[in-house]
Structures are given as C-alpha cells and as structure tokens.
Design a protein around this ligand. Structure first.
Ligand code: ASP
Length: 347
C-alpha cells in the first residue's frame, strides 16, 4: 500500500488569506492560521500536510528575493514531500510560476500554485475549493505511484495550467487564468480529468538542480502607433539594461521606418538582447509572414515564438542570471527549458 501523500503548503500571501482592514475597508494580507482555520474540510483529506509561511504579501510586492525564498523552500524540502502547494496572490502568479519553472531544473514533482479571487473568510469564497483541489492534484499519482504532475502548474477554479504558459486574464471571474497557446493540463469538474498528452513527460535526471540567481537588468517596451523616436531611443538607452522584451503587433510585426529599424539594430549591436513577443493573447511570432516582421528580424531581434510575456521576461532574468554572454542568452531564449514555448516553422 502506498504511504499517505506528504504535501508541503508554502503560504506567500494574496487575497486567499486576506482580511478587511476595518478602518479603510481595504483587503490586506493576514497570517496562515486564519486561512487554514477557514478550511476545516482539509482534515477530510488523508494526507500529511505541513506548512511554511513567509511574511504574507499582496503579490504586487513580489520580487526576485521572494522567488529565491520559494525555490529554496522547495529545494530544501524536496526529498521529504510528494508535492508542493504554493498559496499566492493572483496578480503576479503567472510571473512566479514562470520564474519557478526555470529556477527548478529537473523538477519531477508537482508544484501547484493557487490563490483566490475572494478571501477565504467570505461566504462565496473560491479559496477553499482551490486549496482543496490543489492539494488533491499535488497528491495525485499514476498507477506506478509516480506523481501525475511533474512541473510547476497553476490551479484555478476549473483548470490546471502549465505555469509558464498561463496569464491572468480576469480581475473578476473565478476562472482567472488561461493559457492561450497550450491546452489545460487538467479540467476540474466532478472529477479531476488530467490531459496526459499535455502534461510534461520529459524524463529528467532525478536530482533537483536549483538556480537562485536571476538578473533584474531587463525591461519591456510596448509598441503603439505614435511611439516617437525620442521616447524609443530613451528607453533603448536605459543604463545597465541587458535584455528587452519588445511587445510587437500581430505575428511579431513592427514599424518599417528607417529610424526605428536603425535604433533597434544599434541596440542589438551594443550587445543588448531584444526578444520579440506578440501583444496578441493568442498565437505567436512568425517574422517571415510579413515584410514588417522580416525587417525587424533582420536587426537581430530574437523571435519569441509563442512565449507569454511573463515567461519571456522571467526567462531573460534566468538566462542572464546564469552569467552567460548575450549571444548565448539569445540562442537559449528560443530553446525550451520547461515546456514554455512551441517551435513552429512556417514558410
Ligand atoms: N492583489 C492580490 C494579490 O495579487 C490579488 C489576488 O490575490 O487575487 O495579492
């Protein structure tokens, strides 16, 4: 008989554990015991559950040090637990999921991130259901006793998404997340229906390798009609910047004007890595489709395929954090690390 699943809950904050400040009526982070006391049903799960709590924050305050703490908590407890549930605010959940998916190399166990839209203490809360389902997914095993999920994933309401493919899409709906370019890893209804084709099957070495160093010298530039040369050059010349995620139109298109193309070419020649991702929620960059995309690719800007913005920016932080040179960062940006992109070749 299999031993009881051992799950570690890592509480970082977010709406799920918040309470209302009586004087301002604004929600603020609160401690884990308040959260767990509101989920008595947890005892019905025949699991061994432990927890670690950080100083709870609204996830708008998330930064690289918190990611380091989370990765360390998982690494230090990796051998002692079958799975991990991270409770987190929804606002930056997809960034955290993406960062952890890169930081935890060779992950072979479930790291399920969840939270809620309504605090756990509210009658209509979605927090209780999300927490219970996340625990069940973290405990799920296949016929051979191996974990069903062996990656960083986001569980929210009816779906389990690959973490580095997900994006927060609603500030209201209980189904707050979506992965626009990759199927759900599981659908949650009467049962938890895993999509075995979508789940990670890559056989990884059994030893977890953790990379804690992320480089914050990255930034994003969003294109819009009317972006002037002065403003663009100012952004491209931001001091100490090593990498820029350029959010372009459609299939990766950008203006074809001489000054625009020159400004990007000069920046790439200076050794700054520029990664092209689309502003569209669905689909990806195919720079050989239009002349405008092709001209952009000719400047040395790297096509980001169907990377989400969250995965693109955290992957840059991760790759520069490895201390490799910009050419190697540019090369590795388009090599999948944790299932974050689909390489489609079109002609
Ligand atoms: N502001 C909150 C947070 O991200 C929102 C939430 O958790 O839903 O921490």
């Amino acid at each position: 008989m299999l031993a009881k699943p051992r799950i570690l809950i890592i509480y970082t904050g977010g709406t799920i554990g918040m309470i209302e400040d009586p004087s301002t009526k604004a929600l603020k982070p609160y401690d884990f015991s308040h959260l767990i006391d509101n989920v008595p049903k947890i005892k019905m799960l025949d699991y061994e559950i432990d927890n670690i709590q950080f100083n709870p924050i609204d996830s708008s305050d998330m930064d690289l040090d918190h990611w380091k703490l989370m990765a360390r908590a998982i690494a230090e407890n990796y051998e002692n637990y079958d799975g991990f549930v991270v409770l987190h605010g929804t606002d930056t959940m997809a960034y955290t999921a993406s960062a952890l998916s890169f930081m935890l190399t060779n992950l072979n166990k479930p790291v399920i991130i969840t939270g809620s839209q309504l605090p756990i203490g509210e009658v209509r809360t979605d927090g209780e259901e999300n927490l219970i389902t996340a625990l069940q997914i973290a405990a799920a095993r296949d016929l051979y006793g191996a974990p069903t999920v062996r990656e960083v994933a986001i569980l929210f309401e009816n779906y389990l998404w690959r973490g580095n493919r997900a994006t927060k899409r609603s500030a209201d709906n209980f189904n707050a997340f979506k992965s626009n370019n990759y199927p759900a890893l599981a659908k949650i209804g009467l049962g938890i229906h895993f999509d075995l084709d979508a789940l990670n099957h890559v056989e990884r070495p059994s030893k977890l390798v953790t990379h804690y160093e992320l480089d914050p010298h990255v930034m994003a530039i969003d294109l819009f009609p009317g972006l002037s040369e002065k403003v663009l050059r100012h952004m491209l010349n931001t001091p100490d910047i090593k990498g820029i995620v350029l959010r372009t139109y459609g299939t990766g298109n950008a203006p074809t004007w001489g000054w625009f193309v020159e400004a990007l070419r000069e920046t790439v020649e200076r050794g700054v890595v520029i990664l092209n991702v689309t502003q569209c929620v669905n689909g990806g960059v195919h720079t050989n489709r239009y002349e405008s995309g092709e001209i952009l690719a000719g400047t040395g800007v790297v096509p980001g395929h169907d990377l989400t913005f969250e995965a693109a920016i955290t992957k840059m932080m991760f790759l520069f954090g490895l201390g490799i040179d910009p050419k190697e960062v540019a090369r590795r940006l388009v090599v999948p690390i944790a299932g974050e992109l689909t390489l489609v070749h079109r002609h």
